[in-house]
Structure formats: C-alpha cells, structure tokens
Write a protein that binds this ligand. Structure first.
Ligand SMILES: Cc1cc2nc3c(=O)[nH]c(=O)nc-3n(C[C@H](O)[C@H](O)[C@H](O)COP(=O)(O)OP(=O)(O)OC[C@H]3O[C@@H](n4cnc5c(N)ncnc54)[C@H](O)[C@@H]3O)c2cc1C
Length: 544
C-alpha cells in the first residue's frame, strides 16, 4: 500500500489473512470456490478465499455461458445427470431472473445425421419433460420455417430442425462468479486475488498454508481448521503438492470459442452438429456473437488456441451459415480457451472414452485430514456445490450458526421495485446511450443489484457519472467508480475481461485507442496509469 492513499479492500484483506485463524480456507476462486465461500460465509463460518490469479481467471471465464440441463447427455443415457442439471438450471432461472435468461436453441438437422430427426425431436420433448415443463415447449421446424425465420442458416443438406429452451448468462460467466465472491465479502469472508497457495501442511490439528502475494512477492502462512481445494483443473497438482492422495482425479478436454460481429439479429442460440458430430453453438454475447466450441482431449490444464482450433470453428460456421462473405481470422474480435476438468476414478484407464465421460461433479472428503476437494462440475450446478460444501463442512465439525440462511439469489422484490421506481422518476433511461445499447436501468440492476441504488445517488449528485467512459463500450463512469471501490480490480485485465466484458466485444486496438482509457485507469488505480496500460498491452508487470 502507498503511504498517500487509503488502503484498498485487497490491502486490508491481505493483512487479515496473515493475522487471523479461519474455520475454512478455500483455495481457488472460480465458480466452485466462489460458491463455497459465499455459502459458508453467509451461514456464519469464518472463511478465507484466495486465488493465485484473478477470481474466475481460469476455466470459469471460458465457458459457453450456458445454464443448461445438458440435453446432449441424453445420448449417453445419463438421465440422472440431465434431471439434476435441469433442476439446477430451473433454480438459477428462478433465483436470478435478471441474470439467467431462458433462450431458444434453434437446431438444424442434417439429412444424413447419425440420429433421425424424429428421434431428436422426441429427445427434445423428453428433455422438456425432465425439466418439469418449466420452459417454453419444443417446436418442430420445417425447412420453410427455417428459411423464413433464420435465413442466415444454410439450408443445403438439411431436412428441417427443432427448437427447444435452455438458459444463458446474460453478463458472462466471470461476472456471475464475481457476484458470489462479492456476496462472500459482504458476509465477512476475507478474500484476496493474486494470492497463490504454495503448499499446505497439518500442524497441531490445523492446516497451515504457505501463500504468496503474487503482486508483492511476500509469503504469509494462512491458518485454517478445514481446507477446501477448489482449484478446478489444477486441483490434482495442489493435492500432490501436499502429498494428499484422492480416490478421484481429473482428465481434461479443451474447448475454444471465437467472438465475432453479430451473425444473426435474433436473440436465440443457433445450434448445429459440427463435422465431428458434436453440438456447436452460435450464442449472443451483447451485440456480438460467440461461436464454439471444440472438445479435444489434452494432457494438462494450460492450453492456448491453435491455428487448427480456429480453422475448425471458422470452417464449421462458414459451412452452416449463409454469410455475405466467409468469416476469416480477421473477423475474430476475441478468443476464449479453457479445459473442462472431467472427473474419473484415480485408478481409471489412462485413455478413457471421452464421449462417455460424465460432466458431473464429485466432492471428495478426507475426514481425518479435514480436507475437501471439488472435482469436475459445471457452472450450472453451482448452487448444489455451495449446499454440499456446507453439509460437508458441518459434518467435519465446522459450526454454521445460520445453517438455514439463504446465500444465493437476487435482492428482494421490494428493493427491485424501489430501484426501478427511482430510476423512472429521474428518467435514467433518457440518458444518451451507444446505438443498440439496452436500457441503462436494466443493465445497472442486473450487474449491481441493490448497489445500483447507490449509483442512482451518484448520478443525482453528478450527472457526469452516467457518461460512457470507454467509447464503443456501454460502461459508465459510476460503474468504474464501483469497480474501483468494491470489485478488487488489481490489473486492467481484471476489469476489461472479467468485471466487464469489454475486451470480449471491443477489439484490442480500439480499446488501446479509446480516449477514455486513461481516465478509466485513473479511476480504477489512482496512479500507475502508464504501468497498468503497459502491463495489459505489452505484458510488462506493473510494480506491486
Ligand atoms: C469450453 C468450455 C465450455 C463450458 N461451457 C459450460 C457451460 O456452458 N455451462 C456450464 O455450466 N459449464 C460449462 N463449462 C464447465 C465450467 O466452465 C467449469 O466446470 C467450471 O468453470 C469449473 O470451475 P472451477 O471453479 O472448478 O475451476 P476454475 O474456474 O478453473 O477455478 C479454479 C481456480 O483455482 C485457482 N488456482 C489454481 N491453483 C491455485 C493455487 N495454488 N492457489 C490459489 N489458487 C489456485 C485458479 O487460478 C482458478 O481461478 C465449460 C467449460 C469449458 C472449458
């Protein structure tokens, strides 16, 4: 911390991490670590959460952004998994009405596909039934329907299609994860990003984890009664570093997405079967489109997009859409790439059948050592993971004095009503917005919940707080202010890629040229503006 500025939330939390003893230390702030911390903290445990990078900086920022019941697992007859995922999806739809939205999957069926069209349509009806009929009903699509409703689809080789419902995250996976980290912080969790767990040992019936502040290089011991390893695809490495043997392990499947300009004006997911027979999606992302994904077995979690990956996605999309001109690498605005951590038994075949591998999560507890590992899973299942971690923590003797407390969901309807009423009275939505942008009141509520009321006050005090700050993005000055105060932004990338989705929808060169970029950095960091910009664009580390 500099002498001439007030401590940040992270500075304060770093101090607390080294001084206090915790009931639970959660390693890894992806979705599974974030929900673990949020649920335990709300129910009264003393919790710490660290991530060696930024929260959601690994797998949880690379998903397809779908909250879905896993229709494709019907093919492998995983009825139980589909039922559980459908229930999890329905719960997200109910509890996060502003954030998780039902969306139609508009699916084309190739004439010579491995399953006949009637079979897939029966599958869609079964899926609807397994999901408790809670979404809109599936619909059969004739060739005429497709030609009329989605003329951008290449009709050659199709015999029709069908439409069914699932859900997607309006503001991206990483922002969703952040909402759980923020709620954990609100309930007293001591969380810090850029803190790496180096190794953990048992001393006098507690865990001592040696952790390094990645920014300053300082090492501190963290003390906890229980350790939760939520390091996703890195969980096996972390367990190995502490000599812990588990009954499960991960294998990895790489998936990439490409973000391009909008491919269809309709707000729906176009669904195809790619050349490898797998489902392939064209998903709306703000005013852009996200296309993918791939499913390639890889040996470890550190992956990059290769030219072959790009070619696969571009070729598939060019074959399946009638575009004014074929998409090429020049059209790519941003890329997403990660591995699915898939759980297998520790002694399982080294070369498993990838199509048959389940996407379910497994929570493995070592009661003697008071240690829990979360293996595998999906964003969709996050509420169940949070509940299961609470149950396991209690079983291991961690007291949860508020065990029945609800730890997820949007603010109460009365708060929402008050917010929208105030926004209406002050004519918030009359303020100038970039072309095609959604209503400001809706966007602020979705992203900030009850905090959006404070933003209305900020705009009342100073109307400039509602001005767009990075041109070509929708982000307003009051949002930067909020990010600086409450969102633990350490690097410019944390804001551009995860707290917001600017770097996914605005080209890198346009961000670099944006006149508002320096002001954004001034708000976020106060000083070090050049260093933070250089760190983002050139990879030169900024001083701690
Ligand atoms: C291409 C793709 C598409 C997907 N699509 C969907 C989808 O549409 N819907 C869905 O529900 N799911 C989807 N998934 C699955 C979902 O994204 C993952 O299951 C989920 O994000 C895993 O979260 P996690 O918290 O376990 O792991 P991560 O998000 O990887 O989090 C682990 C964290 O641990 C941290 N860490 C590692 N080592 C250490 C250490 N030593 N000290 C401290 N921290 C450490 C990492 O920095 C990381 O942030 C998809 C996955 C992929 C790859």
């Amino acid at each position: 911390m500099d002498d001439d500025r007030r401590p940040t939330l992270r500075d304060t939390n770093l101090g607390k991490l080294s001084r206090e003893r915790f009931d639970v230390l959660v390693l890894g702030g992806g979705i599974n670590g974030a929900v673990s911390a949020a649920s335990l903290a709300a129910r009264g445990a003393r919790v710490a959460l660290v991530d060696r990078g930024d929260f959601a900086g690994a797998t949880s920022q690379e998903s397809s952004n779908l909250a879905w019941g896993g229709i494709k697992y019907l093919e492998t007859y995983e009825m139980r998994l589909v039922r559980e995922l459908c229930r999890a999806r329905n719960k997200l739809l109910r509890c996060y009405p502003s954030i998780v939205h039902e969306i139609r999957f508009y699916t084309s069926h190739p004439r010579r596909f491995r399953h006949a069209r009637w079979k897939l349509i029966m599958g869609a009806w079964l899926y609807w039934a397994i999901g408790g009929f809670s979404t809109r009903r599936p619909r059969l699509l004739s060739l005429g329907d497709i030609a009329r409703e989605e003329p951008t689809i290449e009709m050659d080789g199709l015999d029709g299609g069908f439409e069914y419902s699932d859900a997607y995250l309006h503001d991206n996976d990483a922002r969703f994860v952040w909402s759980f980290v923020r709620s954990a912080l609100d309930n007293g969790c001591v969380a810090a990003n850029y803190v790496e767990a180096l190794r953990s040992t048992r001393e006098n019936d507690e865990w001592v984890t040696l952790a390094r502040d990645v920014i300053s290089g300082l090492e501190v011991p963290l003390r906890s009664r229980l350790l939760v390893n939520a390091c996703g695809p890195y969980a096996d490495r972390v367990n190995a570093s502490m000599g812990l043997r588990t009954a499960h392990r991960h294998v990895f499947s790489k998936g990439i997405h490409l973000v391009v300009d909008c491919l269809t004006p309709n707000r729906r997911v176009l669904t195809f079967f790619a050349d490898d027979g797998r489902l392939f999606f064209v998903v709306p992302m703000g005013q852009k489109t996200c296309v993918g994904t791939t499913d390639t077995p890889v040996s470890g979690p550190d992956v990059k997009v290769t030219p072959e990956d790009r070619r696969f996605v571009l070729d598939n999309i060019n074959k399946r859409l009638r575009l004014p001109r074929a998409l090429s690498e020049r059209d790519i605005i941003a890329e997403r790439c990660g591995v699915r951590p898939l759980v297998v038994e520790a002694g399982a075949n080294a070369d498993p059948d990838w199509m048959q591998l389940s996407r379910k999560h497994v929570i493995e507890t070592n009661a003697g050592q008071r240690h829990i590992t979360i293996f595998g899973g999906k964003l969709t299942d996050c509420i169940n993971v949070g509940e299961e971690i609470c149950a396991e923590a209690q079983r291991l003797g961690i007291a949860l004095p508020y065990a029945g407390r609800l730890w997820y969901g949007e603010p109460h309807a009365a708060v929402r009503e008050q917010y929208f009423h105030q926004a209406l009275l002050m004519r918030l939505d009359d303020l100038a917005a970039p072309p095609g942008a959604e209503r400001l009141s809706t966007r602020l509520w979705r992203r900030y919940g009850a905090e959006a009321l404070g933003m209305l006050e900020a705009v009342r005090r100073d109307p400039r707080m509602a001005e767009v700050i990075i041109e070509t993005s929708e982000y307003r000055r009051c949002e930067l202010d909020e990010a600086a105060r409450r969102e633990m932004v350490v690097k410019l990338e944390d804001f551009l890629r995860r707290r917001s989705k600017i770097s996914l929808v605005v080209r890198r060169e346009d961000i670099r040229r944006a006149p508002g970029l320096r002001e954004a950095c001034a708000i976020l960091f106060g000083r070090d503006i050049d260093a933070k910009i250089a760190e983002y664009f050139d990879g030169t580390p900024a001083a701690g």
